[in-house]
Every structure is written in structure tokens, then in C-alpha cells.
Design a binder for this molecule. Structure first.
Ligand code: HEC
Ligand code: HEC
Length: 371
């Protein structure tokens, strides 16, 4: 019944985020075991095993992967956090940090760790990350700020367009919302590095999720350390919700290329007679050798265990690269392709995702043997 209703009134375009990541506010928060020297020490170990390559040995955001990442990894010693329920300028709450570490940040290199690390481990990481800045010691009462509740059912993207101009969002995000306003070239973060304003036509890049609640939250909290201000108390509820309706409408049908092609199969093959599970683990394929029969319809279900340098991992078959490929499979969001090869032989397969310069993952190759 619910599904029928939802389908019947789906005037809103569905976001193609190619991700199973829940929005920030809907990310489950497990009970926090009491922080202690032991949990911090455990967090440090986990950090060294999982986070150091991006966030750096001392948490300064300068790991060896950092130069490849836009946006750059967070410097935990500066303690400027973007994804919060707390008021502008304040530190994040423990729950906020737990949510980010669990779900990652959409459209960035920050992976969702809930697929790899247990609840207690993610909490130990929260304890450790906090220990990297003395600001947390004196912080009290990091309570979620109240968000304005919805002004009834009425929303008008058209009225929101006027609010967008009145609030001068266009200065940074551009008149067309694609992130290239007049101030865009001069925007920098706390360390003087260039920052891109969000391109509203790309739903998959909204860091905390592409929905009304997350946008309202961002407008209220702002993002610390970057030029996105807080608009708390500046607009009426109606204006704020209309504005959000307008932003969401920019990624609607025909709004551009938000549907990045993530996977492509051969057309018209019908159901596969063989399904193969292929995964990326530690920048290698498992299995790296696949046997199939000539002319048989094969489906490959590909999953990744890390997000590479933020771009995920892929699959392509030599000689069929244009017809069959997977691009940017992220942790928790497997992708599939269906194909058949009629001529027996050995076909190399490789990672089709752009992070794969040979230097970065020389081992992401395999061979498909068609018998
Ligand atoms: C592949 C690189 C990469 C790895 C590995 C990584 N991160 Fe991140 N992390 C990032 C990037 C990039 C950002 C910045 C995202 C942004 O600014 O939108 C980030 C941001 C964060 C933030 C800041 C959120 C905020 O509100 O500003 C936290 C906390 C964090 N990471 C924790 C971790 C922890 C803990 C680990 C290890 C378990 C980890 N990260 C591993 C790339 C990485
Ligand atoms: C001074 C420049 C500036 C102004 C003015 C500005 N923004 Fe932003 N905004 C940014 C930047 C920069 C980012 C990207 C921050 C980042 O992720 O590093 C951003 C990000 C966002 C995001 C993305 C949140 C997410 O989850 O990824 C939304 C939504 C947004 N802005 C809406 C607005 C709206 C609506 C207005 C007007 C009320 C506005 N912004 C005004 C600079 C600005």
C-alpha cells in the first residue's frame, strides 16, 4: 500500500546517488561506551590502520593520499567540522562524529566505515579524533540546535528562487546553481586552499544527503572552516523551506548530467546463465581469474571494500570497454554488468575508474578466460 502511494505521487525526481548511505540525520547512532584512556588507545590503533593515509600520522589532514583529494581530508588538530547538528562555530557533538565516521561524506574520499568497523571501533575512533584537539576538553553541552519545523505542506520552488537571490546564494553558488558564482574563484578554507561551492545540479555530491531535512540542517548550522555561512534566524520558515524546494528542483529531470553513467551492460541479452561475485579488496580483484563459456550470458556483481581515493573502483573488459563497464562502485553500493563473449580466449579486465593510475593500484588487473 505504502509503495503504491509513494509511486503514485512521485512528482519529485529520485536522486541517483548510487549509494546506500543513509542521510546524516538518519544514520543510526549506537550507545557510546564510556571514553577512557583505553578507548583512545584503541582508537589510535584503528586510526593508524584505516585513516592515516588520508588524515595523516598526526591527524593534520596530510596523509600521502591527501594531495589527490578534493576536498582535502579534515585536519583534526584544527577541529573545524562541517557536518554537525550544533550551532555555527561550535564543535560537533559525539553523535555527529559517529555519524560521519559511519556513513562517510557523499561525493568525497571520506569512506563509510560502518561496513568495515564495529560500533565500538567507530566510537573508539570518535574518542581518538577528539583527543587530537584540546578544544574538545573545554567543550560543554554540544546539543543539537533546534531546526525550524515545516510550515505546513506548502512549498514553492518558484518563491524559493526569489529567496535565493534575496539571500545572495548566487554570489557563491552562481545564478544557475552550478557553483560558479562571482565569489567562487576567491573562496578558500581555513588554510587558504581553494574551496568549490556546491553544484546543486549534482545530487550525489550533497555531503550529508540530498533531501529537505539535511538542507535545512546545513542552512541552520553552516559549515565550519569553509565559506558556507549559517542562515539561522535570517529567513522565515516559509522562506527557508521554499528556498530548499528551489535547491532540490535544480537537480530535477533535465537539470544536466547528474546521472553519471556508473555501469553499462550489453543490450538485449536476457537473464544471465552464470552470476559471478567479484570484489575489490586492498586494491586487488578477488578472484583475479574468471572462467566462462563462449556465448554464455554472464553477470558480474562487483563490490568494493574501500573507496579508493574517493572515486571507488570499477571493472572493464579489454576489447569491450565501451560496451561493458562499471565505474565508481563504492563500499556498500555494489554494481553489476551483464555481457557475453563469443570468441574463446584470454581477456584482461581492469579498473575503469579514474583513480586507477598504474602507480596507485598496479594490481587491479585480472583475466577472463573464455573456453
Ligand atoms: C581515502 C581518504 C580518507 C580516509 C581513508 C579517511 N578519510 Fe576522513 N575524510 C576524508 C575527506 C576527503 C574528508 C573531507 C570531506 C569534506 O570536507 O567534505 C574527511 C573528513 C572526515 C571527518 C570530518 C567530518 C566533518 O564534519 O567535517 C572526520 C571526522 C573523518 N573524516 C574521520 C575519519 C576517520 C575516523 C577515518 C578512519 C576510520 C577516516 N576519516 C578515513 C578522507 C578520508
Ligand atoms: C560565501 C559563499 C557562500 C554563500 C553566500 C552560500 N554558500 Fe552554500 N556553500 C558554499 C561553499 C563553499 C560550499 C561547499 C562547502 C564544502 O563542502 O566545502 C557550500 C555548500 C552548500 C550546500 C551543500 C551542503 C551539503 O550537504 O553538501 C548547500 C545546500 C548550500 N551551500 C546552500 C546555500 C544556500 C541556499 C545559500 C544561500 C542562502 C548559500 N549556500 C550561500 C559557499 C557559499
Amino acid at each position: 500500500m505504502g509503495a503504491v502511494l509513494a509511486a503514485g505521487c512521485s512528482s519529485k525526481p529520485a536522486a541517483d546517488t548510487a549509494s546506500l548511505t543513509p542521510p546524516f540525520l538518519e544514520t543510526p547512532v549506537a550507545a557510546h561506551p564510556a571514553p577512557s584512556a583505553a578507548t583512545i588507545a584503541k582508537g589510535r590503533q584503528l586510526y593508524e590502520a584505516n585513516c592515516i593515509q588520508c588524515h595523516g600520522p598526526n591527524g593534520q589532514g596530510d596523509g600521502y593520499g591527501a594531495p589527490f583529494l578534493v576536498p582535502p581530508p579534515r585536519d583534526f588538530t584544527a577541529a573545524q567540522y562541517k557536518f554537525r547538528t550544533t550551532s555555527s562555530g561550535l564543535l560537533p557533538s559525539d553523535d555527529d562524529l559517529f555519524r560521519t565516521i559511519s556513513r562517510g561524506a557523499n561525493g568525497t574520499g571520506m569512506p563509510p566505515w560502518k561496513y568495515l568497523l564495529a560500533d565500538e571501533d567507530r566510537w573508539a575512533l570518535v574518542d581518538y579524533v577528539k583527543s587530537l584537539s584540546p578544544r574538545f576538553e573545554s567543550a560543554r553541552d554540544l546539543k543539537p540546535m533546534p531546526l525550524p519545523d515545516a510550515p505546513g505542506k506548502s512549498r514553492s520552488a518558484e518563491r524559493g528562487r526569489a529567496v535565493y537571490s534575496k539571500m545572495q546564494c548566487d554570489k557563491c553558488h552562481g545564478d544557475d546553481g552550478r557553483g560558479a558564482g562571482p565569489s567562487a574563484p576567491t573562496m578558500v578554507d581555513g588554510k587558504g586552499r581553494h574551496v568549490n561551492a556546491r553544484d546543486f545540479t549534482q545530487p550525489g555530491t550533497f555531503r550529508t544527503g540530498w533531501n529537505e531535512r539535511e538542507l535545512i540542517r546545513t542552512l541552520e548550522t553552516g559549515m565550519n572552516g569553509v565559506p558556507m555561512p549559517s542562515y539561522s534566524g535570517v529567513m522565515t520558515k516559509q522562506e527557508e523551506y521554499d528556498l530548499v524546494a528551489y535547491i532540490l528542483s535544480l537537480a530535477g529531470h533535465g537539470a544536466g548530467n547528474q546521472k553519471r553513467q556508473v555501469a553499462h551492460s550489453m543490450e538485449g541479452l536476457g537473464a544471465p546463465s552464470r552470476v559471478i561475485k567479484l570484489r575489490e579488496h586492498a586494491w586487488k580483484y578477488e578472484p583475479s581469474e574468471i572462467h566462462v563459456k563462449a556465448g554464455e550470458v554472464v553477470r558480474i556483481d562487483f563490490s568494493a571494500t574501500d573507496n579508493g581515493l574517493g572515486a571507488g573502483h570499477g571493472f572493464a573488459l579489454d576489447g569491450f570497454d565501451q560496451q561493458v563497464f562499471i565505474n565508481g562502485a563504492m563500499v556498500g553500493a555494489p554494481l553489476s554488468v551483464t555481457f557475453k563473449v563469443d570468441t574463446p580466449g584470454r581477456y584482461d579486465f581492469y579498473c575503469a575508474t579514474q583513480c586507477s593510475t598504474t602507480e596507485l593500484h598496479p594490481h587491479m588487473h585480472g583475466v577472463l578466460i573464455v573456453e
